[in-house]
Design a protein around this ligand. Structure first.
Ligand SMILES: Cc1cc2nc3c(=O)[nH]c(=O)nc-3n(C[C@H](O)[C@H](O)[C@H](O)COP(=O)(O)OP(=O)(O)OC[C@H]3O[C@@H](n4cnc5c(N)ncnc54)[C@H](O)[C@@H]3O)c2cc1C
Length: 309
């Protein structure tokens, strides 16, 4: 068990965390970044990123986050591979305890712990992530030009993803386990009107199959138990995200879905000296470049806070 003290600690090694750390290091604050056990964050689950500026031919998610890490190391960020499982934000310095039994003390904390997509059956399906199975139509839709895809879900996110995918795919099958959608009426009307969209009511994805890439699914009708095989090229899950904010809920204000609430136009939380950035606070725009942007903002706000002490 080791004790660490730092002026500023950043939790998370996705684009938000690395960017916050790079800004803090360049401001001379000797930051410590605790990476969590998913080093690189969600981007490492995708094969190709084509919408992060600066990479005209695209870049793999793993390579992009490796570059961010290298840049952080180069400017002097201390990176510790550990995960925080308990925090005490009731007094200064804040105290953080980790899974590896370490204890951290800090004047200022940046929470960049991201969000985790909900998967139908993570263990069974993880081999297809980035190989036909995705949780992000904005990110991966482009790769499905003139292909058949399925979207799983029945809420606004599923409806929006299905509509978005019709810009590329020749056919979009919306798989929903009930006989009606939860999505707003206006979105439902757009879905019903779109000739590329077919809805598989009362169905669940029973199996995803394919050799190296997804090549089809088995759908099970929950009323009749009938199982139908559908050949397709991609499956997009839109069954929700879970922000990684559980350990903060005793101290930080969260919205009903668990996203950290921050002050308007700011990354400051309700606890002075604690800032939040990236997907853990951003329900509507979960993209790497936005996570990086809010990481920079959180770091600059933390710098001002530390200067004011
Ligand atoms: C399959 C997929 C494909 C995507 N493709 C694209 C794309 O093409 N373009 C794009 O812009 N966006 C894409 N995204 C979205 C993008 O990955 C996210 O918006 C972005 O990664 C969010 O960054 P973040 O830093 O907020 O959090 P994350 O990337 O979620 O990283 C969170 C970090 O926090 C750490 N952590 C969690 N809990 C703790 C803890 N208790 N203590 C310490 N550390 C902790 C984790 O280990 C992880 O390193 C994709 C997402 C997915 C799932």
């Amino acid at each position: 068990m080791a004790q660490y003290t730092a002026k500023i600690i950043i939790l998370g090694s996705g684009p938000a965390g690395y960017t916050a750390a790079i800004y803090a290091a360049r401001a001379g604050l000797n930051p410590c970044l605790i990476s969590g056990f998913e080093e690189g964050g969600q981007l490492t689950m995708t094969s190709m990123i084509e919408n992060f500026p600066g990479f005209p031919l695209g870049i793999s998610g793993v390579e992009l986050t490796d570059k961010m890490k290298q840049q952080a190391v180069n400017v002097g960020v201390t990176i510790i591979n550990d995960k925080i499982n308990e925090v005490d934000l009731s007094q200064k310095p804040f105290i953080l305890s980790s899974e590896n039994g370490n204890c951290f003390q800090t004047e200022s904390l940046i929470v960049a712990t991201g969000a985790s997509a909900k998967w139908l059956d993570y263990q069974a399906h993880k081999k297809y992530i980035g190989k036909g199975l995705s949780t992000c139509a904005t990110c991966d839709g482009f790769f499905y030009k003139n292909k058949t895809v399925a979207v799983v879900g029945g809420g606004n996110a599923a409806a929006e993803e299905a509509l978005y995918l019709t810009n590329f795919a020749s056919k979009v099958i919306l798989v929903h386990r009930r006989a009606e959608l939860r999505a707003e009426k206006i979105l439902q009307e757009r879905l019903f009107k779109n000739p590329k969209i077919e809805i598989a009511w009362n169905n669940v994805v029973y199996e995803i199959f394919g050799d190296k890439q997804v090549s089809g699914v088995k759908l099970k009708n929950v009323i009749t138990d009938e199982i139908k095989t559908v050949d397709l090229n991609g499956v997009f899950l839109a069954i929700g995200y879970k922000p990684n904010s559980e350990i903060f809920k005793k101290y930080l204000n969260l919205d009903d879905d668990g996203y950290i609430l921050t002050k308007p136009d700011s990354s400051a939380t309700n606890v002075e000296g604690v800032f939040a950035c990236g997907d853990v606070k951003n329900k509507s725009f979960q993209q790497a470049v936005i996570a990086a942007g809010t990481g920079a903002q959180a770091s600059m706000e933390a710098q001002r806070y530390l200067t004011s002490l």
